[in-house]
Design a protein around this ligand. Structure first.
Ligand code: GDP
Ligand code: IMO
Ligand code: MG
Length: 435
């Protein structure tokens, strides 16, 4: 029995989709445990590019894929994603996908709330998908769950409770007049519920049963450690917890049944939206790296901010999650550069910090301490991939090996694989990720 959590080490978009697709060959079940359609997980497979938002990345290999209770579901987006994948030749029926009946539903007012808040002075650059507001409704105990969506009597009662308050406050505070009427909302969402009902399941019970039966379960995180609502760069974070501990709480399985935690680390750093980013590269150098890495958001198309690798973040993540190993992605993108600065510590107020400063008062004055490594220009990544099958990690150019070894040393975590291109095949396995 294998049970492994895969989480993003930085501010999201590390390549989790690619790594989950690669690893899930050996798993029976893949579970998305938090976030919603703020996520965009890209998988290049068989000449096709899949951009998944709610769908666990296991669907492409036709593994049983579950959306757990901690995920927030926009039923319109889920339906559209099912239709898009169907058109791409991937038909996803209820035997492939299950959605926990407890998952909360993103309603039209959550989108308006998100947009209205972002139009004010506290803009944090959200994806505008209603993620913060739906988690607020959940915590306030007036949210609508998937089980309500598929039951017209429950849906009507839930709308009676929450619609008038949302409509009134949106109108009075933000002058939002366009909210569809309660009756129209009921009709539209009851129909979506009718279409999605066959997918509903108890993911907690199913995952627990699968683990007891000796099956292998992969927990797919969305976003990344630095976007965690508790431990990220608050308030510039998302509204759920990507950290590994939440895979247990949000799926509904005992933490004692989760055996492993692996993280996906981009070989440099990116972030979309506002918030602190001390190793951000300003000017042309940043733009060049952004273009080479195609660093534009999967969900919103926004340009991602680009920066040097920050190993203090990986160290913080290791403390929070207990990494058993790292999957390094996008090493190929660094190969036009002569020198590669890597942040290993911070200096602030005359003190050196070997961890990412968490207090604002320290972080705002903190300066990254860099060590500069030699680049690995002109690497032939096709040859590396070819030879990687037999030689493994030794197929990498010398300086690239040194870069990876430097990551291991300063993060204190072994590297399990190195990814050198977007395709399934563009991966070099260093050590088997067996327990
Ligand atoms: P996720 O949200 O963590 O799944 O990551 P995204 O899919 O949002 O962004 C990662 C992007 O990098 C995607 O477009 C991937 O296809 C691409 N990618 C992943 N690994 C590699 C790699 O090793 N090299 C290159 N060039 N692209 C990669
Ligand atoms: P994946 O799973 C990168 C960012 C947004 C914004 C902040 C809050 O693809 O790695 P939200 O809409 O969640 O309220 O926005 O979080 N964000 C992501 N950035 N990758 C993601 O997901 C993200 N999901 C949210 O840009 O800064
Ligand atoms: Mg993404």
């Amino acid at each position: 029995m294998k049970s492994t959590v895969i989480i993003g080490a930085q501010w999201g978009d590390e390549g989790k989709g690619k790594i989950v697709d690669y690893l899930c060959k050996e798993y029976d079940v893949v579970v998305r445990y938090q976030g919603g359609n703020n996520a965009g997980h890209t998988v290049h497979a068989g000449g096709q590019v899949f951009k998944l938002q709610l769908m666990p990345s296991g669907v492409i290999r036709k593994k049983r894929s579950l959306i757990a209770s901690g995920v927030v579901v926009d039923p319109k987006v889920l339906k559209k994603e099912l239709d898009t994948l169907e058109k791409m030749g991937l038909s996803i029926g209820p035997s492939l996908l299950g959605v926990d009946f407890r998952a909360h539903v993103i309603m039209p007012w959550h989108l308006y709330w998100d947009a209205a808040r972002e139009s004010g002075s506290h803009k944090i650059g959200t994806t505008g998908r209603g993620i913060g507001p739906v988690y607020e409704s959940k915590a306030a105990r007036w949210g609508i769950r998937m089980e309500d969506l598929v039951n017209p009597v429950q849906l009507e009662a839930a709308l009676d409770k929450s619609y008038p308050v949302h409509a009134k406050t949106l109108k009075e505070i933000f002058n939002v007049q366009q909210l569809p009427s309660k009756e129209k909302t009921f009709q539209e969402y009851a129909e979506l519920g009718r279409q999605l009902e066959p997918y509903l399941c108890d993911a907690s019970q199913e995952v627990d049963g699968a683990l007891d039966a000796g099956k292998n379960v992969l927990f797919e995180g969305a976003q990344g450690v630095m976007l965690d609502n508790n431990f990220g760069t608050y308030p510039y974070v998302t509204s759920s917890q990507p950290v590994a501990g939440n895979a247990s709480a949000s799926t509904g399985v005992s933490p004692k049944k989760i055996k492993r935690v692996e993280t996906v680390v981009k070989a440099y750093t990116t972030r979309v939206g506002a918030g602190p980013f001390p190793t951000e590269i300003q000017g042309n150098a940043g733009e060049t790296l952004r273009d080479k890495g195609k660093e534009f958001g999967t969900v919103t198309g926004r340009p991602r901010r680009v920066g040097w690798l920050d190993l203090t973040i990986i160290r913080l993540g290791n403390r929070l999650n207990g990494y058993d190993g790292m999957h390094v992605t996008k090493l190929d993108i660094l190969s036009d550069l002569d020198e590669l600065p890597v942040c290993t510590a911070y200096q602030s107020g005359g003190k050196t910090y070997d961890y990412f400063p968490t207090r604002h008062s320290v972080l705002e004055k903190a300066k990254p301490v860099y060590e500069t490594l030699s680049g690995f220009k002109d690497a032939d990544w096709n040859a590396v991939c070819r030879e990687g099958k037999s030689k493994g990690f030794d197929a990498l150019p010398l300086q690239a090996k040194k870069y990876v070894a430097f990551m291991e040393k300063h993060a204190g975590v072994p590297v399990l694989s190195v990814s050198v291109g977007p395709n399934r095949e563009d991966i070099i396995v260093r050590r088997e990720s067996e327990p």
